[in-house]
Design a protein around this ligand. Structure first.
Ligand SMILES: *Cc1c(COP(=O)(O)O)cnc(C)c1O
Length: 424
């Protein structure tokens, strides 16, 4: 057996930080990451032969749990025919037809290889379509590691962003206006002073990358109205929420049609896939039809499409959303009552199979509320739960995910473990 410790030692010599995506390194909770050698259903098997009930679900994609037999079979069948063709293939057509059928605002769609590519391409398209340059984003929303979107809030509501990352020229970030989420006044002011220059708003329809933040009633509607009246495009980043809360994502739940939608995660069935789609008139501005360039050697890859199609068809067949929401509510209630029993202030925003923990008295409505909540308790609970066989995301600012493979005994066990972890 090669232990996680041994693997991490080797990894750190040849991979920056030992990981291929930063949050995997456990820096936000302390300690060293475990390595996973296999996964099945709701469980990960670590390199050290521990079994963990998994609430990261590969950061969202694994809504059917790990290694689902139908997805595996679909990939195996596609594999028999070859791994990549470089020409159009039949799977791409089926995938596009499914996305157009299921996502209310999507009339045409293009496949890419990650969520980052989807948001990056969507904002390029919004700029190309409108002939405008500025993009509004909200503090705390993550849209992948796109240069101009790696910007959070400056001091005031209308400050032009400063890059969060070294290597992003200030000029790129200057085209991004960062606003606080759930602040209608700031949104109106931004359009009042920059309206003519704003190509679009990009928003995580339910922000789920700084814990989980839900919109105040009417906030998304207001965004829709302002965009329509000013000629800017509304881009929903549903990379996380798409197919997670309903087949049609937040746009179906809220009854709001964005102009463009970025997708990813679940639509790949565990393989690297992203997509962006929207109104045909806008999508037809893409090359070769139009003047906005966008391309990808492996886009629409047959193995990835086969996995994604199987994942989406399973969701259509099973319609698991009520069942998933019940499990989410059960865990939320267990957490809230454990905290109450200890007199610890806790918020558990939960919708469907997504939930997060904020150790604070008040409802978290934006990034500042989220980042000012207490984080020490989360770290303690994270490590205690992990010790007891329950793997929560290794950061107080990530969302927990439940899959259809989390059966009653896994959920009950999780509630027990989490309750016992509240022993401060
Ligand atoms: C994960 C995520 C992305 C980035 O997707 P990658 O596949 O990691 O590039 C973009 N937007 C949101 C909302 C996400 O959750």
């Amino acid at each position: 057996m090669i232990s996680s410790e041994n693997l991490f030692d080797r990894a750190r010599r040849v991979i920056p930080g030992g990981v291929n995506s930063p949050v995997r390194a456990f820096r936000s909770v302390g300690g060293s990451p475990f390595f996973t050698k296999s996964a099945d259903g709701c469980r990960l098997i670590t390199a050290d032969d521990r079994e963990l009930i998994d609430y990261v679900c590969t950061w969202g994609p694994a809504i059917h749990g790990h290694n689902h037999p139908k997805i595996r079979q679909a990939v195996a069948e596609a594999l028999e025919k070859g791994t990549s063709f470089g020409t159009p293939n039949p799977y791409e057509v089926t995938m596009a037809e499914l996305l157009v059928e299921l996502v209310p605002s999507v009339e045409k769609v293009r496949m890419v290889n990650s969520g980052t590519e989807a948001t990056m391409s969507a904002i390029r398209l919004a700029r190309g379509f409108t002939g405008r340059s500025k993009i509004i984003k909200f503090a705390g929303c993550y849209h992948g590691h796109v240069d101009s979107l790696l910007v959070k809030a400056g001091s005031g509501a209308l400050t032009f962003g400063n890059p969060d990352s070294a290597g992003v020229p200030a000029g790129f970030a200057a085209e991004t206006i960062v606003l606080p989420y759930n602040d209608e006044t700031a949104l109106r002011e931004a359009f009042a002073s920059n309206g003519e220059d704003i190509a679009g708003i990009i928003v995580e329809s339910y922000p789920a990358n700084c814990g989980l933040i839900l919109p105040k009633p009417g906030f998304l509607q207001t965004m829709r109205e302002i965009c329509t009246s000013s000629g800017a495009l509304l881009i929903f980043d549903e990379v996380m929420t798409g197919f997670r809360l309903a087949l049609g994502g937040v746009q179906e739940v809220e009854g709001i049609k964005p102009d463009l939608t970025a997708m990813g995660k679940i639509i790949g069935g565990g393989l690297p896939v992203g997509a962006f789609g929207g109104r045909a008139e806008i999508m037809d501005c893409l090359a070769p039809e139009g003047k906005v360039y966008q391309a990808g050697t492996l886009s629409g890859n047959p193995l990835a499409m086969a996995a994604g199609i199987a994942a989406l068809q399973l969701l259509k067949e099973e319609m698991p959303y009520n069942r998933l929401a019940d499990a989410g509510a059960q865990i939320r209630d267990a957490l809230l009552s454990a905290a109450k029993g200890k007199g610890i202030p806790l918020q558990v925003p939960q919708t469907g199979s997504m939930f997060a923990l904020f150790f604070t008295e008040n409802t978290v409505e934006n990034f500042d509320h989220a980042t000012s909540s207490e984080t020490g308790h989360f770290k303690t609970i994270f490590h205690r739960a992990l010790e007891a066989g329950v793997y929560l995301p290794p950061s107080p600012f990530e969302t927990c995910f439940i899959s259809t493979a989390h059966d009653k005994s896994a959920i009950d066990r999780t509630c027990e473990v989490l309750t016992a972890s509240f022993n401060f």
